[in-house]
Design a protein around this ligand. Sequence first.
Ligand SMILES: [Zn+2]
Length: 449
Amino acid sequence: MRPPNNNRRGAGRCTRRSLLWAVLIASLGVLGSVASAWAAPEIVRIRYFTGPDHTRIVLDLSQPSTYAVRQVANPERIVVNIPGASFRTTATVGVADGLVQKIRRNSGNARAQIVVDLELAAQFKVFALPAADGRPHRIVLDVYRSQNRQPRTGTVPKPEPVIRPYTVVIDPGHGGLDPGAIRNGIREKDVVLDVCRRMAKMIDDLPGYRTVLTRKQDYYPSLTRRVEIAREAEGDLFLSIHCNTHRKRSIKGMEVYFLSLQGATDREARELADKENAADLVGLAPENAGNDLVVSILMDLRMTQVLYQSSRLAEYVLASARASDQVDARRVKQARFQVLRNLAMPSALIELAYLSNPDDRRLLSKQKGRKLLAELVVAAVLRYRQDEVALALLMPKGGWTQNYRVRRGDSLWKLARRYGTTVTEISQRNNLNSAGLKIGQTLMLPEVD
Ligand SMILES: [Zn+2]
């Protein structure tokens, strides 16, 4: 309480008091910043992706954190401890991809613990990634599928080349809070999800093919995330599925877009060849990205090829629509769609039909119409793939003189991509018995000129 009867003394005390407060506040400020720097990290999300040779588990963190990892046998598992951390949810993540059974979350003892239950002993790699490109701080655990597994009993069978399935990444546009176009209560996000699920079912039933959906439910993955999913799945093809609208109700039919660099400015071309992106795309470890000049050159070569393939893919989809006689085939267009950028695989964005046109809307809203649309896109994918295989056989067989030394992070798939060939071709020419590569091993690959 302030003494009411003595202004001088009061003022003096006030000054002294404010000085005291100033010191207190300053030290609180320091404590505050220390506290925030040391605030407990939270594991916001656990994601995983099954690749052909490894399963990647990603822990999204609220802030950077230290971690400790150990492998435990009987049963086989990998344990990651993050000191002082907590979980947003402790639900177990079922994986069951033949390598990883499930991912469990244990909290307590002043740490968050992630237990990765394995089907069998496996090699693994752990690294942390700082927040970048709209993505949070991450701890990444790559568990590798063993390539040299010996059978326990009986005769040793001749190892056969491991051929990965042809992977089609299907991207249902919009989702969650973003409904896309809405006409007569029909929402684009629902239509495309249904059509994409049908496509996935059809393709997954085919031997040698598999699909990865960028979303399976009604939520919105960011465009960056969609691209990330496609890359992590090491997709061979990327299809983004949408519905169109137009002011004029009479406009109808299917339109297909592919990304083109033609007419793009130098700045955009440079952006595309951005070193980090390129490093990401050709599968180099992040620490190699800074000093590898080869990266941008490879990127240029690959993009030219990918764009050519994308334009062919787009033509096949439209031809399929034309052949169906059920949906008008409008045209193939080139555009700079965000979701098609930074993809190192042939990709197209398909506007199935117009929600604003009564005929098209009937097609889009009925089971039968959606089935038809899914069928004709899948037919185009298969035709594209078959012709791609046929074209590869027609390619001149010379020029496999380059001696390539296998580096960390390389896989047959990535090399096939980088050198414009196939896993089978590399395996056969190098007499490889399995898909396994050893660091330092020398390979014959096509010459890139
Ligand atoms: Zn759309």
